[in-house]
Each structure stands twice: as structure tokens, then as C-alpha cells.
Design a binder for this molecule. Structure first.
Ligand SMILES: C[S@@+](CC[C@H](N)C(=O)[O-])C[C@H]1O[C@@H](n2cnc3c(N)ncnc32)[C@H](O)[C@@H]1O
Length: 202
């Protein structure tokens, strides 16, 4: 019940900022993750296909990718999804932990998630689900939240940045590096992240 209360608070928070989210995160130099995602797609010659975007927010990712992609986003904030829909996203409203279970095996070329997994408790389970659904690659980041951030926010957040991915299951981890991610707009704390790309083909 506690967790549900926390989720509702978080959903209301994102609903409230949904129409200003792009302006907030687009402030120069303060959100580096999606730009890096765009460069990763280019580096691996990913230029076409369908993308499942977990915790898609306003669908801002689509503005950083060059190529011919179609997008489906899962998010629990209706306000965020309305913005994503206006960028051409198909949308699924709900918890990513629940919704992804209904997605058939190997049904998307790319399954991605950016700046959302610090809200997810069991992240290894989530990555396994992404792996099940993806045909070409799974791409995501895990924020290295400092304790000052974890104790400074109301909602439950998790630092998954030091996880070890089971090598037997995830054989082709072709990118795994740390980078600056964003500056917390509320606490003004810089946050780093660990970016992963797991390939299905090579
Ligand atoms: C910081 S925003 C990132 C949005 C987008 N990925 C980006 O990079 O701009 C996090 C998003 O995840 C969503 N979210 C957080 N936890 C979620 C969950 N458990 N299920 C569904 N959506 C969630 C929020 O509503 C929000 O839109």
C-alpha cells in the first residue's frame, strides 16, 4: 500500500510537469542522456525499426534519433503520454513493470529506457523482460544517485549503477560506460549514469 501511495505521488508529479518537461530538460547542458542515446544509435548504424520506450515521458527521445523509426511508449503519467502522442508515439498507459509482461517475445527491434529505472525496484527482472521483447538491441541507463539525492526526494528511488549483469544471460553487452546524465532541477545536484547497450545480433 505504501508503494502504491508513492507511485501515485510520482505519477501526479509527472502529470503536473508534463507540459513543461521538454523545456525543463532541454536547458543547455543539463540533460545529456538522450543526446548520447542518439549517438549510440548512429555508432551502431541503427537507422530503422520499431522502438519500445519504457518510461517514455514526452517522447523526447524521438527528437534525438536520426532515421526512420516508429515508437511505442509505456508510461504511467497520462500527461506525459499525451505529449508523446503528439510526437507520433503509440502509447500504453500503466506501470512499466506490469505492461511489459503483456508484450510478445521479439516484437520490437529496440527496447530502450532512459532516466526511468531509478524508479524501478527490481531492475534485473526488467532488463530480462526487455531482452525477451527485443530483436536487435536493448539500451538503457542506470543512474548513480548520490545519497544526498536519495534522501532529498520524497519518492522511492534506487541506485542500480553497480549491478552486475549475469554474463550467461546477457552475452553481448557491447556498451557499458559512465557519463554525466542530468542536474536535478529541484535539488541542483549533478547526477551521473551508467549507459548500457546489449546487442542481440553480433
Ligand atoms: C525522468 S522521466 C524520463 C522520461 C524520458 N525517458 C526522457 O528521457 O525524457 C521518467 C518517466 O518515467 C515515468 N515512470 C517512472 N516510473 C514509472 C513506472 N514504474 N511505470 C511507468 N512509468 C514510470 C514517469 O512518468 C516519467 O515520464
Amino acid at each position: 500500500m505504501e508503494e502504491l501511495k508513492g507511485d501515485n505521488l510520482l505519477r501526479d508529479f509527472f502529470d503536473n510537469i508534463s507540459n513543461n518537461y521538454d523545456d525543463i530538460v532541454n536547458k543547455e547542458g543539463e540533460y545529456a542522456v538522450l543526446e548520447k542515446a542518439g549517438r549510440l544509435f548512429e555508432r551502431h548504424n541503427y537507422v530503422t525499426g520499431n522502438i519500445l520506450d519504457l518510461g517514455c515521458g514526452t517522447g523526447l527521445l524521438s527528437e534525438y534519433l536520426n532515421g526512420k523509426f516508429s515508437y511505442t511508449g509505456i508510461d504511467f503519467s497520462r500527461g506525459m503520454l499525451e505529449n508523446a502522442s503528439s510526437k507520433g508515439y503509440e502509447t500504453l498507459e500503466g506501470m512499466i513493470e506490469d505492461e511489459i509482461r503483456n508484450i510478445p517475445d521479439k516484437s520490437y527491434d529496440f527496447v530502450v529506457s532512459f532516466s526511468a529505472f531509478y524508479y524501478v525496484k527490481d531492475v534485473v527482472k526488467m532488463i530480462k523482460e526487455m531482452y525477451r521483447v527485443a530483436r536487435r538491441a536493448v539500451i538503457f541507463d542506470l543512474c548513480d544517485l548520490p545519497s544526498s539525492y536519495i534522501s532529498g526526494v520524497q519518492e522511492n528511488v534506487y541506485n542500480h549503477a553497480s549491478i552486475e549483469l549475469p554474463q550467461k544471460e546477457f552475452t553481448h553487452v557491447v556498451e557499458d560506460f559512465k557519463m554525466f546524465a542530468w542536474i536535478s532541477p529541484t535539488l541542483n545536484i549533478p547526477i551521473d549514469t551508467r549507459m548500457f547497450l546489449i546487442s542481440m545480433l553480433d
